[in-house]
Write a protein that binds this ligand. Structure first.
Ligand code: AMP
Length: 283
């Protein structure tokens, strides 16, 4: 596996691959890789001749009181995992390479970036869309892979690519979970043992809400209030629990058939997000 922190070196390799007629996939990450990330790599390998993984803990997507400084950085272990999984290139740029002094341009997807997680984390999604645009421009991949774990992020990136005619095709991979249902996440390592035993209740609650909707419940607003209360009683500090339209993440109504239930909670100091898809099209 090649590894570089240099844009010029990355672009030299990409040029060589392109001249050989190969297509290229990009898997953007913040590192501390787990099996969920590796699933993205495996999907990339089924779609492209060459796979680039980027590891960059992007400061502009963290709020002032968030965990940028403490975010787990495990480059040695990450490099081993990516080598073992036959990734072609690991791109690990320095902050000063990505954001040289004086850089003042941002990419924002309005509205979608201000709801759900965006309401609690102002500026977060602008940080995400700006870094993803930069990585797309740097690597010029044919396709890029994102996890459904971050469903709002995936939706925003799809919209950005559509709105700005960015010639990168976006593919998504379902959320990989621990055996008890907790969505794999780098932030799970922040959970103490007591919180770790509570954490699977989040996905259990989403699954229960999905069952209720599939069984015909359609008063989504009332359900949201009930599940927010249940989560609170279980020991979470819920931020939102929302039944949404899958296409634009607006509040779902009774006529909508393709839904996603999005939720974010705090458990102790750890912020957890999760979601579940609900399709009523065949019912
Ligand atoms: P991160 O390193 O957390 O920024 O995540 C990098 C990519 O991996 C994003 O596209 C995430 O949605 C995806 N990802 C993170 N956790 C999971 C998971 N448990 N299952 C599938 N994809 C994931």
């Amino acid at each position: 596996m090649h590894q570089t922190n240099s844009i010029a070196e990355l672009q030299h390799l990409v040029r060589t691959w392109r001249q050989a007629g190969e297509n290229i996939a990009l898997v953007p990450t913040m590192g501390n890789l787990h099996a969920g990330h590796i699933n993205l790599v495996k999907r990339a390998q089924t779609l492209a001749n060459r796979v680039i993984v980027s590891i960059f803990v992007n400061p502009t997507q963290f709020g002032p009181n968030e965990d940028y400084t403490n975010y787990p950085r495990t480059l040695t272990e990450d490099t081993e995992k990516l080598t073992k999984n036959s990734v072609d290139l690991l791109f690990t740029p320095e902050c000063s390479t990505i954001y040289p002094p004086g850089a003042s341009t941002q990419v924002s997807v309005h509205d979608l970036s201000e709801i759900h997680c965006g309401a609690a984390r102002p500026g977060h999604f602008t940080g995400v869309t700006t870094i993803i645009t930069k990585l797309f421009n740097i690597a010029q991949p044919d396709l890029a892979i994102f996890g459904e774990k971050d469903f709002q992020q995936l939706t925003i990136i799809r919209k950005m690519v559509h709105d700005l005619n960015i010639p990168v095709s976006i593919h998504s991979v379902p959320t990989l979970r621990e055996s008890d249902g907790l969505a794999m996440s780098s932030r799970n390592s922040y959970l103490n043992s007591e919180d770790r035993t509570l954490a699977p209740i989040l996905y259990q609650t989403l699954s229960e809400a999905k069952r209720q909707i599939e069984a015909g419940k359609s008063d989504f607003r009332k359900m949201e209030l009930v599940y927010l209360q249940q989560l609170q009683q279980a020991g979470f500090q819920p931020e939102y629990f929302s039944v949404c339209r899958i296409d634009n993440l607006s509040i779902a109504t009774i006529t909508d058939k393709e839904l996603v239930i999005l939720t974010a909670v705090k458990l102790g100091k750890t912020r957890l997000i999760d979601n579940i898809l609900v399709s009523l099209s065949d019912s």
